[in-house]
Design a protein around this ligand. Structure first.
Ligand SMILES: [Fe+2]
Length: 145
């Protein structure tokens, strides 16, 4: 069930099987990322985007994203995933762009908060459902679960 957040057009995203990439560790990390996003969306509805609470969740998210990207990339390296170069580039682009979007919120927090949340939600749902899903069969064929 989607939750409409008061004052923000951003919907929370619920984990479901459609997000499963067929690997327990990666699914767990994606679930944790979606939970962080949902916490951010909920808290943003009641706090200013620059409250310490939101900052700490964003910090947690970027730190955890780094750990998660490394896990995926290590598996891709180990099994010679053919799409590794492009996939790594997307992870790097996310890290660069997230800093940019976050810095933009410092200048105009009220207007940019929604953009930041939309960007993060869109990026993660698209990345998991399209880009990460592309390695699902590959890793399953390699015997990974
Ligand atoms: Fe990824």
């Amino acid at each position: 069930m989607d939750i409409q957040i008061y004052g923000l057009g951003t919907h929370s995203t619920q984990w479901s099987d459609r997000f499963s990439v067929g690997n327990k560790e990666l699914d767990f990390q994606h679930l944790k990322m979606i939970n962080l996003l949902n916490r951010l969306i909920l808290i943003s509805a009641t706090h200013s985007i620059h409250s310490e609470v939101i900052k700490s969740i964003l910090d947690e998210m970027t730190t955890y994203a780094h750990v998660h990207f490394k896990t995926e990339e290590r598996l891709m390296e180990t099994y010679n995933y053919p799409g590794i170069k492009e996939h790594k580039k997307q992870h790097l682009d996310f890290q660069v762009k997230t800093i940019e979007v976050y810095e933009a919120t410092e200048h105009n927090a009220e207007e940019n908060a929604e953009d930041l949340l939309k960007y993060l939600t869109n990026w993660w749902t698209h990345h998991i459902l399209e880009e990460d899903m592309a390695y699902k069969e590959f890793f399953i064929d390699k015997g990974l679960r």
